[in-house]
Design a protein around this ligand. Structure first.
Ligand SMILES: [Zn+2]
Length: 300
């Protein structure tokens, strides 16, 4: 006896019975599929695909404004890299990849190189300066698509050489110096990490990288102080407050504690400054105060 048993008299027992059975079977089948889908989705959420640097890179075609040659430059796919955090001096740190490695565009034919955002912003007189000062001595050089830090450093140095030769403004040169310092920091961190693929590590290499980084931070500080005095914001895409914060952070790093303290105080006094920048400025202020105390302790 079942719930449809009364229908037997109408000859429908078989039909109804069959229908019910199919519904149950279909429901069971659908539930099974849904469970499998859920399990797969759960798997997706809990085990993200491990991306390698190559997954973030593609070859972008450029036309060199100096020698008119078409060439391909390794480039990070837009919006692909995920920001994890920033250092005190605004260096961004991303998951799986250091996109800063790919921020120099370089013509392998004539040696013209610049930060991506400056590559096409070159005037005819500057083209002439690059041809005379760089291209006439340059030995053509191709790089691997996936750049290691050593090659990246070389490309940044070439970009800085170009900026000097084409008489760029202080801000452009300072920005290259700052990013070169970031590259050297990334290089050092990579050498010291368990995932090191950059070659053998020894104390001399680490010391040399630290020394070079400090030198580039010094140059960046010098250049941004000059840019802040002579150029109109936005400077290198940074508004006045961001620039003030950056100069304060660089002043701190180079031991110019008085200037760092003065700039940080002015940021904290402004009502228009966003929470994130104020929080960073407060952290920096604490670091400055702690260093000033240490200095005073050493003096007494
Ligand atoms: Zn070229």
């Amino acid at each position: 006896m079942g719930i449809f048993s009364g229908l037997e008299a109408l000859g429908l027992d078989k039909i109804v019975g069959d229908d019910l059975f199919e519904t149950e079977a279909r429901e069971a089948e659908e539930k099974k599929k849904a469970d499998e889908r859920a399990a797969r989705n759960e798997l997706k959420v809990h085990t993200p695909k491990i991306l390698t640097e190559g997954d973030y890179i593609f070859l972008k075609t450029y036309k060199c404004p100096c020698c008119r040659t078409d060439f391909k430059n390794p480039t990070v796919k837009s919006n692909k890299a995920r920001l994890i955090k920033q250092d005190t001096d605004l260096r961004p740190i991303y998951r799986d990849i250091d996109p800063l490695k790919y921020d120099v565009v370089m013509c392998p034919n004539c040696g013209y190189a610049a930060l991506t955002s400056y590559f096409d912003k070159i005037t005819m007189p500057q083209v002439k300066l690059v041809r005379a000062g760089i291209s006439s001595h340059f030995t053509p050089r191709e790089f691997e698509t996936i750049l290691d830090y050593s090659d990246t450093y070389l490309r940044y140095q070439l970009a800085l050489g170009n900026a000097m030769v084409k008489r760029s403004r202080a801000s452009e040169k300072a920005f290259i110096c700052l990013k070169t310092a970031w590259i050297l920091r990334g290089y050092r961190e990579r050498l010291l990490s368990p995932d090191n693929t950059e070659g053998p590590v020894n104390e001399a290499t680490i010391t040399a990288l630290e020394k070079d980084e400090a030198e580039f931070i010094n140059k960046a500080y010098e250049g941004f102080v000059e840019a802040r005095a002579n150029e109109t914001p936005p400077i290198c895409g940074m508004d006045t407050v961001t620039m003030d914060y950056l100069v304060a952070a660089l002043a701190y790093k180079t031991g110019n504690l008085d200037n760092a303290a003065r700039l940080v105080s002015s940021i904290l006094l402004k009502n228009t400054v966003g929470k994130h920048t104020k929080d960073s400025a407060r952290e920096l202020k604490d670091m400055i105060i702690s260093d000033i105390k240490k200095q005073k302790g050493q003096e007494s």
